[in-house]
Design a protein around this ligand. Sequence first.
Ligand code: SAM
Length: 284
Amino acid sequence: MAIDTLPPLRDVIAAHGLRARKELGQNFLLDLNLTSRVARTAGSLDDVTVIEVGPGPGGLTRALLAEGARKVIAIERDARTLPALAEISAAYPGRLEVIEGDALEIEFAALAEGRVRIVANLPYNVGTELLTRWLSLEPWPSFFESLTLMFQREVAQRIVARPGDDAYGRLGVLCGWRTEARIAFNVGREAFTPPPKVTSSVVHLVPRADANGVAARDVEAVTRAAFGQRRKMVRQSLKSLGLDLPALLAAAGLEGNERAEELGVDRFLQLAAERQRQRNGARD
Ligand code: SAM
């Protein structure tokens, strides 16, 4: 069943000559039932402004609008897509704002007031960087209610990884600290035009209200040091922090012979809090 009265995406792409560009991570979803499923994963969009990165020819944008988003603010780097997006704007008057630009240059928190959700089929070359930035914002919780994002499956697995999983690393600690993250569903290569090399997954992340008290920069520093040498014992890998190592280990209740890949999020938060304390020159 058609979700709107606009032409099929294949026709939109042909009419506007939107041949996919690899350097922009352009793998388009042409099935509006599938993009509607992504949009529904974000929950009810009534009264919500959705920020979308990389609308391309607009398959997900149309689904978000058809699912009832109050407004969609879409950031797209490829100027060739603007005429196609203008047609969507005309079909949904006042509800689609397109910003031509690089998402890495945008100050997202300043884009919208009120309830905001981020929903995107992210370009693979900037996806992890954007997620890391959104989850490192202070103060926390930040300006968005949730993130519903398509990634390569390998990245999705890193997002939801737990200690002991092969995919567990810095991204898993950050996501586990600041959000409840789950893989909603996988999307096969064949759903995209052109098909990417690997399977994709839609991940839904909801901010944890209590993920504050420790600064993101300290969490970043301790996880970078620990996972920089993930198979080494932490008494070795954490040396690069240049801190009082015995105090650091004691603060997290560590012997020193543990490895980063075994440590839960709480341990990293204890390490981060101790780094912050030592950074501030605090003494008990
Ligand atoms: N949303 C569309 C869909 O689902 O079919 C397109 C998704 S495609 C994977 C990624 C989109 O992000 C492309 O339209 C690409 O031009 C755009 N893009 C790539 N790099 C970008 C950047 N730095 N800032 C904003 N958009 C970008």
